[in-house]
Design a protein around this ligand. Structure first.
Ligand code: FPP
Length: 260
């Protein structure tokens, strides 16, 4: 169990974020600006996914979580939803071999029961093929919503409590173990491209102490340099997890300032 709650225990912090979560926004506007159909932006979005996955693997990021399709994205025009589904299938078919060859584990989280059987089967096979890879875990959030995730975890805990009667045993750790991303640490860095500054029902539980980075760059233009800029911004943050700045200073300074 990798998960450890940032509100229960202060996590270790490194210069390179262990886990980056991204809302890939701006595909439609990228295309519209170029007088292209919106879906052309999604196609270019897949190229950006490839570039960012490669850059994360090179940089030593251990977990990358991408919001590919939210539980609210079904509200889009039917043709755009169908296009996104086809794009997802094609990307899975084409890229899984490359992911595997590069030591990348693939996970897909969300309410997958809404996808057709062929997609569900492709996902299961891709996950099984890459299950033992350890260089980078790439998670695709598909038909995912933060509230859905919290609710499905609550439901499982309630069922468990109804069986064993141990309501008092429900704590943060027990709760988080039922969340879709229970295998990953909480994200250190959240990135949203496309200029909007909201979470849009992404990882509501897990973002409690995550650093946020918003950029105007549309997702198809987000590349290795954009990722490096985001990581550099993260490196300048002071992550206090509720403590004061003074508490973060190296111990030796406190000792030096003590009267002899
Ligand atoms: C948001 O841009 C993007 C999406 C809803 C889909 C993201 C999908 C991809 C990048 C491609 C598929 C991904 C994988 C992992 C294979 P938007 O359409 O909301 O842009 P807009 O705000 O400019 O309209």
């Amino acid at each position: 169990m990798t998960y450890s709650s940032s509100t229960v225990r202060v996590p270790d912090v490194a210069a390179v974020p262990r886990h980056i979560a991204i809302v890939m926004d701006g595909n439609g506007r990228w295309a519209t600006q170029r007088r292209l159909p919106r879906v052309a932006g999604h196609t270019r979005g897949v190229d950006a996914v490839r570039a960012v996955v490669e850059a994360c693997a090179r940089t030593g990021v251990e977990y990358l979580t991408l919001f590919a399709f939210s539980s609210e994205n079904w509200r889009r025009p039917m043709e755009e939803v169908s296009f996104l589904m086809r794009l997802f299938v094609t990307a899975l078919e084409r890229e899984v071999g490359k992911l595997h060859a590069n030591g990348i584990r693939l996970r897909v989280v969300g309410d997958l029961s809404q996808f057709d059987a062929r997609i569900q089967d492709l996902i299961r096979r891709a996950e099984a093929k890459t299950a033992r890879n350890t260089r980078l875990t790439l998670t695709i959030a598909a038909n995912y919503g933060g509230r859905w995730d919290i609710l499905q975890a609550a439901r499982k805990l309630a069922e468990q409590a109804a069986r064993d009667g141990q309501v008092g045993a429900i704590d943060e750790q027990a709760f988080a173990e039922h969340l879709a991303l229970s295998y990953a640490p909480e994200p250190d860095l959240f990135i949203r491209t496309g200029g909007d500054t909201r979470i849009s029902n992404f990882l509501l539980w897990q973002l409690a102490y995550t650093e946020f980075y918003f950029t105007e760059t549309f997702w198809p233009d987000f590349d290795a340099q954009s990722l490096a800029d985001a990581i550099a911004s993260y490196g300048r943050r002071e992550r206090r997890f509720g403590r004061t700045s003074a508490q973060l200073e190296p111990q030796s300074q406190d000792v030096d300032s003590l009267p002899c």
